[in-house]
Design a protein around this ligand. Structure first.
Ligand SMILES: [Cu+2]
Length: 241
């Protein structure tokens, strides 16, 4: 009798586990749609110009070859880096919690890393100074609170932005060449293109969305994309000067 009970309970438990795993797997495959693509530059890619950092030897000595401007960065295969790609219309839910992980903006070699940062509204922003010199970080928003803080090496600085804004210009009041952007979203459906110009928006609910690509010098491009549950679509963008 005992043996019989053991066999039956093992089967039932095994089946329940199996169903639980299958349900989870099916759920994971169903829930999130994605839109990925590449941002390309049409025509001859502009080149960055050399930055003169001689004003602060602590900055210039951080570079073995001179740093160049990053207004338009095009990779060898024509992909545009640092383009913010995001859902600008079509979301039905508007209640999104910011991620626990902070966004990180580093000042390194007297440049902002990354040059373009995207984050969520109310997410923590950690500002790091990895340089020996002192910076003065100064975001200049139109739709958020402006702040302006001196940051010596090693000092920890934490801030947030309350409202959506694409994008906030960030300057350093000590080093006039330092320039970057922070894009702030009230939802998590955004990405910044990598060095190949590639991006991916993940875990989208099914729907029809306007996808916008923003580049600091080249402007914006939009397109509409419809995704079903779990579907993966492609949306490529092209900019020219
Ligand atoms: Cu600086």
């Amino acid at each position: 009798m005992k043996v019989k009970f053991a066999i039956v309970s093992t089967c039932v438990f095994g089946l329940a586990l199996c169903i639980a795993l299958l349900t989870q797997w099916a759920g994971a495959a169903d829930s999130g749609a994605s839109v990925k693509g590449t941002v390309k530059f049409d025509g001859t890619a502009p080149k960055g110009t050399r930055i003169d950092m001689t004003q602060d030897p602590l900055c210039s000595k951080a570079h073995s070859t001179p740093a160049t401007t990053e207004e338009v960065v095009v990779g060898p295969s024509g992909g545009v880096e640092n383009v913010v790609v995001y859902v600008s219309d079509g979301l039905t839910s508007h209640d999104f919690q910011p991620p626990q992980q902070p966004a990180v903006l580093e000042q390194k070699g007297c440049q902002y890393k990354p040059h373009v940062l995207a984050m969520q509204a109310s997410q923590k922003l950690d500002v790091v100074n990895s340089d020996e010199t002192t910076h003065n970080i100064h975001p200049i928003p139109n739709n958020n609170r402006e702040w302006n803080m001196t940051q010596p090496h090693g000092m920890h600085l934490e801030q947030t932005f309350a409202r959506e804004e694409v994008s906030i210009l960030v300057k350093c009041n000590v080093h006039p060449w330092m320039k970057g952007y922070i894009a702030v979203f009230k939802h998590p459906y955004f990405a910044v293109s990598d060095k190949n110009g590639e991006f991916e928006l993940k875990d989208l609910p099914p729907g029809t969305y306007t996808i916008t690509a923003w580049q600091e010098k080249l402007g914006t491009k939009t397109q509409k994309v419809t995704v079903g549950a779990g579907e993966a679509k492609t949306a490529d963008f092209a900019f020219k000067q």
